[in-house]
Design a protein around this ligand. Structure first.
Ligand SMILES: Cc1cc2nc3c(=O)[nH]c(=O)nc-3n(C[C@H](O)[C@H](O)[C@H](O)COP(=O)(O)OP(=O)(O)OC[C@H]3O[C@@H](n4cnc5c(N)ncnc54)[C@H](O)[C@@H]3O)c2cc1C
Length: 396
């Protein structure tokens, strides 16, 4: 049986980062996890939260603590691009549009967080229309204030970032095994790992980073307090000329006052795998639900009812960007992993098994720091002094 010092289960945003950090410290690291499916509609395995071209990144998080983790991660983007030779980061800036009258998801006031962490920004108070001359393509009601967070805020390509992490980890000796892990047995001296195809491995310690699938297999003695939630986005196709014209467009988070959609986020145009350019907009909807078993998650990705709110997404997208000419619209399915208090779980679960999961739809930007923290915990129990550990425990 092949033995490793450390095994990371799941080659997603968190796992790829953790594996890179672990492989700096050990020459016996393996990552066990499948790549992206060729066809999501017929796929019979696991899926992930990062199958997309764009994730939004900014220093301003939903709390000071979440902002601090984002800052640690973002500080490494350029280094990772250089080390891997893979570009994934475009600091086009970010607009945060909010109203004191609309309920939002923040854990702490954005103004307080900005002030406490000294985050560079420009604030346009509600009723001050001067932002319109700087960002003429956008339209928001006068009831909303607008914060512009400049570079380093912007967008990343999550697939490219994952590849970058893998390239550097492989150079440091990490081994990649494209399998689904179905069972972990911690016997106190090590961990027995069984994959779906029946292969067995052994590890000194295991870090589980399988996101929405954490409770779908026999990975831990008891389920962890993680909740999956469906998420849908709209892709509005634009011409290559329109994409070029909008290339400096900032990312957007917009606490919309709408009867159907909540918590809008939008990425500037990007070229997708089909060769076309799309503006992406996501939102929470009344139809979001929580599939929990493997079969339920598979059904969602294969044939979930993601078009229910297509007209609402189209209506809101075109109202935010009234001058943009869209060629077509289509919806895409995704999945999020939530925790009860909106902080990811980064913790030791059994004597030799650890977990890093759950980031409430904003884990991509912080993945490098979450991977670093998890890797330190697995290595020798170390934890960054600037991050309060209690928020990240599995049981709080
Ligand atoms: C529509 C949408 C928009 C988002 N927008 C943003 C954004 O703008 N900014 C941001 O920061 N974040 C955003 N997020 C969230 C971000 O993508 C996630 O927080 C991030 O992908 C979580 O990383 P992860 O490693 O925990 O999980 P994942 O990226 O899902 O990776 C989990 C990996 O585990 C593997 N796996 C599953 N089960 C097993 C198993 N049994 N054995 C082995 N491997 C397994 C999967 O194949 C996958 O590769 C968004 C998410 C969605 C769905």
């Amino acid at each position: 049986m092949i033995e490793f010092e450390f095994v990371v289960v799941g080659n997603g945003m968190f796992g790829s980062a953790a594996a890179r950090y672990l492989s700096q410290q050990s020459d016996a690291v393996a990552v066990i996890g499948p790549g992206e499916p060729d066809d999501e509609l017929t796929h019979d395995g696991v899926y992930a939260s990062h199958y997309d071209e764009r994730r939004l990144v900014r220093l301003l998080g939903r709390s000071k603590l979440r902002s601090e983790i984002g800052r640690m991660a973002m500080a490494n983007y350029r280094w990772l691009e250089e080390r891997s030779g893979i570009q994934f980061y475009d600091p086009v800036g970010y607009l945060i549009v909010n109203s004191d009258d609309v309920e939002d998801n923040n854990l702490e006031s954005p103004m307080e967080v900005m002030a406490a962490l000294d985050i560079a920004h420009t604030l346009f108070t509600a009723g001050d229309p001067s932002w319109r001359t700087i960002f003429p393509d956008f339209d928001f009601p006068e009831t909303h204030w607008v914060i512009h967070e400049p570079d380093p805020a912007g967008v990343i390509d999550p697939r490219a970032m994952l590849r970058a992490q893998n390239v550097v980890a492989a150079r440091d000796g990490a081994v990649f095994i494209p399998e689904i892990v179905v069972n972990l047995q911690d016997d106190g001296n090590g961990v027995q790992i069984e994959t779906q195809s029946g292969d067995r491995y052994r590890a000194g310690k295991v870090l589980v980073t399988v996101g929405s699938f954490t409770n779908c297999f026999s990975l831990f003695p008891n389920p962890l307090p993680l909740h999956t939630e469906t998420e849908v986005i709209i892709l509005g196709q634009v011409t290559p000329q329109e994409a070029a014209r909008l290339s400096a467009m900032p990312a957007l988070a917009y606490t919309v006052d709408d009867a159907v959609l909540r918590d809008i986020y939008m990425a500037p145009p990007a070229r997708y795998a089909d060769g076309n350019f799309y503006i992406k907009m996501g939102a929470n909807t009344p139809s979001d639900f929580g599939p929990s078993s493997l079969r339920e998650i598979q059904d969602w990705f294969r044939c979930g009812a993601s078009d229910v709110h297509l007209a609402d997404f189209e209506r809101v997208l075109t109202s935010i960007l009234p001058a943009v000419e869209f060629l077509s619209f289509r919806m895409k399915r995704c999945i999020l992993t939530r925790t009860p208090d909106k902080y990811p779980i980064i913790d030791q679960v059994t004597s030799r098994c650890y977990v890093a999961s759950g980031a409430h739809g904003s884990g991509a930007k912080s993945a490098d720091a979450i991977g670093m923290i998890a890797a330190g915990l697995v290595l020798d129990g170390r934890w960054p002094t600037n991050i309060s550990r209690q928020y990240f425990r599995a049981s709080k």
